[in-house]
Design a binder for this molecule. Structure first.
Ligand code: PAF
Length: 285
């Protein structure tokens, strides 16, 4: 059980940098958990992992406008700051960084981080500019906090590939720590966007995790053909005709490009719209 302490709230980049340097001057490593808030047990598992690693842990809560397309859910993205702080406190987090949009994107800011064609695969295909926004805000956070470790969920598997490339290409000293997907008892992967689902949609959404399990089972039984694994996944999803599949694909986790045969470490990822809500799920084979 972490010792519960007072949670500091920082709102400026200067304060974040000073806080981080103060931890380091006391011999502590800094662990950053970047989030957009609406925290759930998946985020809690990232915080717990960071606390267990012995880091001084700071959670950033910032709904980053540049990673949302013009027709996406930026305005209605769930915001629950007080509950988020309480969850972070119970995990043993020491500080929250909650900047304004103006703090992160000063007027006339025009510098962005673009990871090239990697940012155009999977979610980047359906959400043009999304990974440019993600890479830009994460780069800003890493520059400001200079953390030894930054914690991300495997649930956003394509985001993980993009951020690994960002860290490598830009020579950030931060180590990325990728933590497993946290699921509800019935298999649904935790996501802040699950809050949008009606009871009926939540039931339909289960075919995503069922398709993931189907692919895992086939792979464990020796199936390696990527196309066969994909069609088995699509067959599971087709049992809920209301669901609109965006992709169900077997790819190399580093390049996000399609491959013919799955090998250990291959990513199977699925994205679909359930009603108006876009959900994703995946497994590393
Ligand atoms: O995964 C998320 O919640 C966001 O994409 C991130 C990494 C916090 C950047 O805004």
């Amino acid at each position: 059980m972490p010792v519960l302490q007072k949670l500091e709230t920082l709102t400026t980049i200067a304060d974040l940098r000073a806080w981080s340097r103060a931890q380091r001057s006391r011999g502590r490593s800094v662990g950053l958990v970047p989030t957009m808030g609406a925290l759930h047990a998946g985020h809690h598992s990232l915080m717990e992992r960071a606390v267990a690693a012995g880091d001084s842990v700071i959670v950033s809560i910032f709904v980053n406008p540049t990673q949302f397309g013009p027709k996406e859910d930026f305005a209605r993205y769930p915001r629950s700051f007080d509950a988020d702080c309480e969850l972070a406190r119970t995990a043993g987090v020491e500080a929250i960084f909650a900047p304004t949009v103006e703090e992160m994107y000063p007027t006339s800011a025009s510098t962005y981080v673009d990871v090239g064609t990697l940012g155009e695969q999977l979610d980047g295909l359906a959400r043009p500019g999304h990974f440019r926004g993600v890479a830009t805000i994460v780069a800003k956070l890493l520059i400001a906090a200079e953390p030894e470790h930054a914690y991300f969920g495997q649930k956003d598997a394509a985001q993980v590939s993009v951020l690994r490339k960002l860290v490598r290409d830009m020579a950030f000293a931060t180590e990325l720590v990728v933590c497993p997907i946290v699921r509800e008892a019935d298999g649904l992967a935790l996501s802040s966007r699950n809050a949008y689902l009606s009871a009926a949609e939540r039931k339909q959404a289960l075919v995503l995790s069922q398709s993931v399990r189907r692919v895992e089972n086939l792979y464990e039984r020796g199936e390696r053909s990527a196309r066969l694994l994909e069609s088995a996944a699509l067959a599971v999803i087709a049992s809920e005709p209301e669901i609109d599949v965006e992709y169900a694909t077997v790819v190399d986790w580093a390049t996000l490009l399609s491959i013919d045969n799955a090998v250990p470490g291959t990513l199977f990822a699925v994205a679909a719209r359930v009603g108006t809500t876009r959900l994703i799920d995946n497994t590393i084979l």
